[in-house]
Design a protein around this ligand. Structure first.
Ligand SMILES: Nc1nc2c(ncn2[C@@H]2O[C@H](COP(=O)(O)OP(=O)(O)OP(=O)(O)O)[C@@H](O)[C@H]2O)c(=O)[nH]1
Ligand SMILES: [Mg+2]
Length: 342
């Protein structure tokens, strides 16, 4: 080791040659280069000298990435619906109808029926929007001293008036065990009015993926002779708008007439509705429902909802018998009995 070098046996002071064959002016073992050497060995000068100042007040540990323990069970937005549709087959249903016609009531009633195992032919499998269903069904549960509330559901208002909120329900069909995922939008009646009156359809773009569309009509309006014709004409206009919006590819239509507990749809009115739809190039099934009932002894609450779901999902496809049964007829045994009597 020489005076200016820490390396054992180095004679750089005497010979001018570094024992490690390095350039003496940059060798880290030289006393004059030590500070620089220590720094340059590991990191750039700037980084090391600036570090202590930068770390002051900084968190000691990295914050772990937070994951929500349970997915939200509120209404699904369009992104949630897209993600779900990427993972499994989803039956999107379009639900249209004037304000107060009974759209939300149908959804609340469907949820109440299925949650009490009372939806004929169907059983509950899952829902990603239980909180949203609970929210719309809450009104039907708050009874005052055993008296039913005036309004079972309240007018639908969305936090974002530009994008719909969907309710999800997975049901199992008891007849064949088929599972269906229904995506049911709960949108305000004003959206239907805007479509009919001003052809505003941007918010209803999701209907292009719909497998069935419910046009919900207030049965009381159809029963009222003064208002009836106006409503039938508007249904025709709506069918025309749908035809334009969906480029002629209108999915299965269902005209859902609510308040079946108060009024039975007259055959003559049903005919006029059908004629109006045919005039517009549309075809629909008409279903009378009573999501809630003011006369539960005559028409139970939830009347017609199972039929509506049957129609929405479609009838089960006829499957050919895989292995034909071949029961032996009486005479077939003749071969086995051949000569037995001899
Ligand atoms: N008795 C009886 N009441 C019903 C029936 N259908 C709906 N209602 C009531 O009619 C009112 C209006 O129904 P909603 O389902 O809230 O109407 P909506 O179409 O969702 O209306 P908006 O959200 O304003 O577009 C509610 O108080 C329901 O309880 C029915 O078949 N029978
Ligand atoms: Mg509503």
């Amino acid at each position: 080791m020489s005076g200016s070098c820490n390396f054992e046996g180095c004679t750089v002071d005497e010979t001018g040659i570094c024992a490690l064959e390095r350039d003496p002016s940059t060798c880290g073992n030289r006393v004059s280069n030590e500070a620089v050497g220590a720094i340059s060995a590991d990191a750039p000068v700037d980084e090391v000298t600036s570090q202590p100042g930068d770390r002051l007040g900084a968190p000691v540990l990295e914050q772990p990435v937070r994951m929500s323990p349970f997915p939200s069970s509120r209404r699904l937005g369009l992104e949630d619906l897209n993600a779900m549709m990427g993972a499994r087959y989803v039956n999107v249903v379009g639900i249209l109808g004037d304000p107060e016609s009974g759209k939300t009531a149908c959804l609340a009633s469907l949820y109440l029926l299925v949650s009490h195992a009372m939806l004929k032919g169907w059983s509950f499998a899952d829902s990603r929007s239980l909180a949203a269903f609970e929210e719309i069904a809450r009104g039907a549960r708050d009874w005052n001293d055993g008296k039913a509330p005036e309004q079972m559901t309240v007018h639908t208002e969305l936090a974002d008036d530009h994008s719909p909120g969907f309710l999800h329900l997975r049901l199992v069909r008891l007849s064949d065990g088929r599972r269906v995922d229904l995506a049911l939008p709960d949108v305000p009646g004003e959206w239907t009015q805007a479509l009919v009156n001003t052809a505003r359809s941007d918010r209803l773009d999701f209907m292009k993926s719909a497998e069935a569309i419910w046009i919900v009509l207030d049965g009381r309006t159809l029963a009222d002779i003064e208002k009836r014709q106006g409503l039938i004409a508007r249904v025709g206009q709506l069918a025309g708008r749908l035809n334009t919006m969906l480029d002629g590819h209108v999915p299965r239509l269902m005209v859902v007439v609510t308040h079946r507990d108060l009024h039975i749809l007259n055959d003559n009115v049903a005919d006029r509705l059908q004629k109006e739809l045919i005039r517009r190039g549309a075809k629909a099934e008409i279903v009378g429902v009573a999501p809630f009932s003011d006369h539960p002894d005559e028409v139970p609450a939830g009347f017609g909802m199972a039929e509506l779901i049957d129609l929405t999902v479609g009838r089960p496809a006829e499957r050919p018998t895989f292995w034909q049964s071949s029961e032996p007829a009486e005479s077939d045994r003749a071969y086995l009995s051949y000569r037995r009597d001899r």
